[in-house]
Design a binder for this molecule. Structure first.
Ligand code: BJW
Ligand code: ZN
Length: 233
């Protein structure tokens, strides 16, 4: 059977479907991925220098500015055909992405494992910082400490309820579709393995081989925008 037809059949027949997405999901919208050559954000900027709590302590203006640049980039782009296809599914949608393109495509209850570009909070008291935010970085309205991006940096814990939902739905899934993730960053990379270990079927959509290949029953080597509309019918 053609692997695309096979994947489409499994997705259409799934009782408990999970979709798990990474940066490749948004690549065709124009959002750079983290680790791809040529377009990877961290080709130009050192990841370890920007996406860590230590970096923010050392140079809050640089780190805040980088995230503002990325937030503005995301605001200028649109969901792609892959986001649109996923939005048609009745599934639990777990994303590592900090953009809001799944929501803008119409997906509901998106589980964000690594936070969001749109949820800044105080680095000291943790209160959400809303409204207009002057300053680089802005100061918390309550305690005047610097406001930080609402994302999960290396060495930080993932939001507990999001991680719990992700692990439980992955364990319970009969089909999980993993899209556009390198499968290198833990604990998120464990999610497809959980489904496979519990006997569910994992389908991968990625133009490249990844460490997740072995856990996948079907590896579809193509982009999210090309492949997802063909398997979500
Ligand atoms: C396409 C495409 C197209 C391209 N269509 N596909 C176990 C072993 C070793 C290390 C660790 C471990 N457990 C934990 C660690 C440490 C660390 C870690 O995993 N390090 C590894 C790198 C080795 N993990 C952590 O620190 C985590 N925290 C933690 O463990 O805390 C412990 C703790 C517990 C209790 C208290 C305190 C602490 C936190 C990880 C946070 C990750 N954060 C980031 C940044 C978010 C903010 C921001 O955006 O700046 O999240 S890092 C970055 O990587 C981002 C992403 O969500 C994440 C995953 O990347 P993703 O999505 O897979 O993107 P890429 O670029 O890697 O891959 C793109 C893929 O798309 C490629 O495969 C392409 O082929 C493909 N593609 N075009 C489809 N059109
Ligand atoms: Zn505060």
């Amino acid at each position: 059977m053609d692997p695309l037809d096979h994947a489409a059949e499994l997705i259409a027949g799934a009782q408990r479907l999970v979709v798990f997405t990474g940066a490749g999901m948004s690549a065709e919208s124009g959002v750079p991925t983290f680790r791809d050559a040529l377009t990877g954000l961290w080709e130009q900027y050192d990841a370890q220098e920007l996406a860590t709590p230590e970096a923010f302590e050392r140079d809050p203006a640089l780190v805040w500015g980088w995230y503002e640049w990325r937030r503005e980039l995301v605001e200028r782009v649109s969901p792609n055909a892959g986001h649109d296809a996923v939005a048609r599914l009745d599934c639990t949608l777990i994303t590592q992405n900090v953009d809001d393109l799944h929501e803008r495509a119409g997906s509901k209850n998106v589980v964000h494992l690594h936070g969001s570009l749109f949820a800044p909070r105080c680095s000291a008291c943790g209160r959400p910082a809303d409204g207009a935010l002057p300053g680089n970085p802005p100061a918390c309205a309550h305690c005047e400490f610097p406001v930080r991006p609402g994302v999960v940096w290396f060495g930080e814990a993932l939001p507990m309820s999001a991680l719990k939902t992700a692990v439980e739905s992955a364990a319970d899934a009969d089909v999980l579709v993993t899209v556009g993730t390198s499968g290198l960053v833990y604990p998120a990379a464990e999610i497809p393995h959980v489904t496979a270990k519990m006997g569910g079927t994992v389908i991968q959509v990625n133009p490249q081989a990844t460490p997740l290949d072995e856990a996948c029953a079907i590896n579809l080597r193509g982009t999210a925008g090309e492949v997802l509309p063909k398997i979500i019918r």
